[in-house]
Write a protein that binds this ligand. Structure first.
Ligand code: ADP
Ligand code: MG
Length: 496
């Protein structure tokens, strides 16, 4: 990238201001490490499986034994191409691996192989809803790199050990512009990115195991001022911690400024036990790393044909699906975004529509009643006890006027609890058919008219509203089974 740093100020011109916190505007940019789901490492054939005995999955390359050479894993490149395609990025036809030099016990080579000046994925964006508002966060880049090993501090023997199983695990580091303006927006961005990388299958998304970890760069400024100095919170591996850590960081930066101190650029760690961040190191500059192109690896060449072959293997993306829903079903962008929260949810909706459900009704039931029950039971749509075909059957009975709302809810409940499995059979068993047989209805109408002379007189005297009371009485007497529109018509006819 030609100008990765100094253009931020210019790029931020004209971007909307976020909600102020104690009079300050919050600016957030993310660097996310997504561990790529390849079976072997980025430059060696050792396994990437999680949880093995220390150092059983470290090959000579990962151990940095002299004379070994890295060999690029094609699967890792393909996954980078997939991300680029999913996010509308430019996929560089030629990108370059660089050595990032630093000393740390878990890095036996003394440098990390990464990409610096020319990353494989450039630009692109991530869009999502924050409440009902659509947000777009621009990406600077995504580059391929290797992970380092781990230091294990074995307190019980008073020693530290090094586990190099993780060394050489393929990572894609995804870097945003400082486009986010609140903690909520930052968390929503991270959730969306997590959704995308798992949707396209390039990362297992397991945050506890560290497969998806975010560094949040946070600064604050008075509205209209230049961008403030940022601090970077490292390795956030849960959405809850992310929210707590960023909130804490915002407030502590504001406290410092209010006390008349300056923010010093630093890298901080969040401690979930105290809910605080603490400084790990004052931030080093790129120059400290002495980046230079890795002479052991040729530039990474990606032909257009390769991109097309990868494109052909891509699933339909949430963004494309949402656009399809808006276009084909006249759905709102917001509803479409709700339905494309995950591949299983979208598939469920598609299946219901295929089985004959009206899209709008199916969508209402899935994002309403269904979502409420799934949340309450903390289960995903895969585990929903109501199949898409059953929901479609229910929706059809609503659309054709057989089921009024509260009856539909009773049928849904019976499906959910397993009390019944066939919608029509449940309607029959529970006697939920609307009362359209005018004989029975007629009798109720006459009774209600006889018992509510006052309403009748008022209605006849021109007070339209008095009819509502009568309709209500009929609905009650019918046990909710009469069709209110039909009752209104019949009453009007009788009282005319
Ligand atoms: P470095 O090369 O030191 O890692 P970058 O310039 O690449 O720094 O930026 C790293 C991340 O920090 C990016 O996600 C960027 O959006 C974000 N960032 C840069 N400046 C600010 C700022 N003033 N406030 C918040 N985030 C920022
Ligand atoms: Mg950077």
């Amino acid at each position: 990238m030609s100008e990765p740093v100094n253009t931020f100020e210019a790029q931020q011109q004209g971007r909307p201001t976020g909600p102020l916190v104690r009079g300050y505007e919050v600016i957030i940019g993310f660097e996310t490490h997504a561990q790529l789901s390849t079976a072997s490492k980025i430059f060696s054939r050792a396994s990437t499986a999680f949880g093995a005995e220390p150092n059983t999955q470290a090959s000579a390359v990962d151990l940095a034994l002299p004379g070994t050479l890295p060999v690029m894993n094609k699967g890792a490149v393909e996954r980078a191409i997939k991300l680029g395609l999913a996010l509308g990025s430019h996929i560089a036809p030629r990108s370059v691996f660089a050595r990032k030099n630093y000393f740390y016990p878990d890095l036996p080579k003394g440098y990390q192989i990464s990409q610096y000046e020319i990353p494989v994925v450039q630009g692109g964006s991530v869009s999502f809803f924050l409440g009902e508002e659509k947000k777009t966060v621009r990406l600077v880049r995504a580059h391929l790199e290797e992970d380092a090993g781990k230091s294990l501090h074995e307190d019980f023997v008073g020693q530290s050990g090094i586990d190099l199983n993780r060394a050489g695990t393929p990572l894609l580091e995804i870097v945003t512009e400082p486009d986010m303006r609140s903690t909520a927006e930052a968390v929503a961005y991270a959730r969306e990115l997590h959704k995308i990388v798992t949707w396209i299958g390039i990362c297992d998304g397991n945050m506890q195991e560290g497969s998806f970890r975010c560094d949040a760069n946070v600064s604050v400024r008075r509205p209209g001022e230049k961008l403030g100095t940022r601090r970077e919170i490292k390795n956030l591996n849960s959405f809850k911690f992310m929210q707590q850590a960023i909130d804490y960081e915002i407030n502590s930066q504001i406290n410092e400024l209010e006390d008349g101190r300056k923010i010093e650029q630093a890298t901080v760690l969040f401690d979930p036990d105290t809910g605080e961040t603490r400084t790990m190191r004052t931030k080093e500059d790129a120059a400290d790393y002495r980046y230079f192109p890795d002479p052991d690896l040729p530039p990474l060449a990606i032909e257009p044909e390769w991109i097309e072959r990868v494109r052909a293997t891509m699933p339909e993306l949430p963004r494309a699906m949402a656009e399809r829903y808006v276009r084909d079903h006249g759905m709102s962008e917001y509803d479409a975004a709700q339905l494309t929260q995950g591949p299983a949810l979208a598939r469920y909706f598609d299946d219901a529509v295929k089985a004959g459900a009206t899209p709008k009704l199916a969508s209402n039931w899935i994002t309403g009643e269904m979502a409420r029950r799934l949340n309450a039971q903390e289960i995903g749509i895969e585990a929903a006890p109501v199949a898409a075909q059953q929901l479609a059957q229910l929706v059809k009975r609503i659309a054709d006027g057989t089921l009024p709302n509260n009856a539909a809810r009773q049928v849904f409940d019976a499906l959910w609890t397993g009390e019944g499995s066939d919608v029509d059979a449940i309607i029959e068993a529970k006697d939920l058919k609307p009362m359209s047989d005018t004989g029975a209805l007629d009798k109720i109408l006459d009774e209600v008219i006889a018992k509510n002379q006052k309403n009748v007189d008022e209605y006849r005297a021109g007070k339209e509203k008095a009819l509502n009371g009568l309709v209500g009485q009929v609905m009650k007497a019918s046990g909710g089974k009469a069709n209110p529109a039909q009752v209104t018509e019949l009453l009007k006819a009788k009282l005319a």
